[in-house]
Design a protein around this ligand. Structure first.
Ligand code: APR
Length: 320
């Protein structure tokens, strides 16, 4: 069977890491697309030259033309600009909405059957705009945020308990912002929920609260350290996990930004929720039971995403 084709739109920090991981995991051939000349070509060649040493077979091609993504099975979008000092939120939205318009048109023309994963921030609004621009079915267009936020939560918990990260599960719902909802009751070690671990004396409620807070601010913590950029290893790894579940029909249950049509009481909005990803894309949206405080936190997060999308509609009325 022919290898799968993975198109990476944006060959910056995350795009380059995605290409390396896709190669290492032998997910398929990789096309790196970017508007910057030479960058996708250079990164593609550099990673291809690493393949004999690392021992994987994949073609890696860099391009500045959308035609090279023709027939892609998976498209992962990181194209856009980060927020720079002095740039308002609507300046950022204005630029990245235009980028989503261009990228969406490219996908519509050359990769209409792909599974599309958006990473560009602000995530919940950009994935919404990208789906509108490319016109692909909503179950084939998702946003990557929850896997990353949950991975951060899992890492902090594994570190606190001094146990393997493999045994820690964690769930984060809602938008990809400071008011995301890390779900303490649904997180734990090898099936033991966090509240039980507190009762068992493994940790304290205060420590759990501080880990929840650190998870919420996880993106900012990395930005403060790097100063000139944002996280890229963990975001890339998270999107590769989603792509793998699609390409291998693994039916993983992963928190992703998915288009809701009534679930969690929301219609017509992308929001971070647990979904099953298989060969058909988002095959199922899982509605878990929330208690009143969890629901209140989710409502706050929903309001932030709604506000963001309303701002996008103001900037590009045709998206409404
Ligand atoms: N089409 C294609 N690529 C574009 C376009 C466009 N219209 N506009 C910008 N780009 C490219 C840039 O040339 C750059 O190479 O997108 C790339 C973005 O890469 P980085 O700036 O290195 O950003 P990165 O760290 O990879 O993050 C990408 O993901 O997590 C989010 O907030 C982050 O929105 C950001 C995105």
């Amino acid at each position: 069977m022919a290898r799968a084709k993975i198109a990476l739109i944006g060959a910056g920090q995350i795009g380059g890491t995605l290409a390396l991981l896709a190669g290492l995991k032998e997910l398929g051939d990789v096309v790196l697309f970017d508007v910057a000349e030479g960058i996708p070509q250079g990164k593609g060649l550099d990673i291809a030259e690493a393949s004999p040493v690392l021992g994987f077979d994949a073609k890696l091609v860099g391009t500045n033309g959308y035609e090279a993504i023709e027939g892609a099975d998976v498209v992962i979008v990181t194209a856009g600009v980060p927020r720079k000092p002095g740039m308002s939120r609507s300046d950022l939205l204005d630029i990245n909405l235009k980028v989503m318009g261009q990228v969406g048109a490219g996908i519509k023309q050359y990769a209409p059957n792909a599974f599309v994963i958006c990473i560009t921030n602000p995530l919940d609004a950009m994935v919404w705009a990208l789906q509108k621009a490319c016109g692909l079915p909503v179950e084939k267009v998702v946003g990557m945020a929850g896997v990353l936020d949950s991975a951060r939560f899992r890492y902090f918990l594994a570190d606190e308990f001094n146990v393997s990260v493999e045994d820690v599960t964690a769930f984060v719902l809602g938008g990809h912002g400071d008011d995301m909802v890390p779900l303490v009751r649904y997180s734990g070690v090898a099936g033991i929920p966090l509240p039980d671990l507190v009762k068992m004396g493994w940790t304290t409620q205060e420590k759990v609260d501080s880990i929840v807070e650190r998870t919420r601010k996880g993106g900012g913590e990395i930005v403060n350290l790097l100063k000139t950029g944002s996280a890229f290893y963990a975001p890339a790894a998270s999107a590769i996990e989603m792509a793998t579940s699609y390409l291998r029909d693994k039916k993983r249950l992963l928190p992703c930004a998915a288009f809701l049509t009534g679930q969690y009481g929301i219609d017509g909005l992308y929001l971070g929720v647990p979904v099953i990803i298989g060969a058909k894309g988002v095959e199922r949206i899982v509605e878990i039971e929330l208690d009143s405080s969890e629901q209140a936190m989710l409502d706050k997060s929903i309001a932030s995403v709604q506000e963001l999308v309303a701002e996008c509609k103001k900037i590009v009325p045709s998206l409404g």
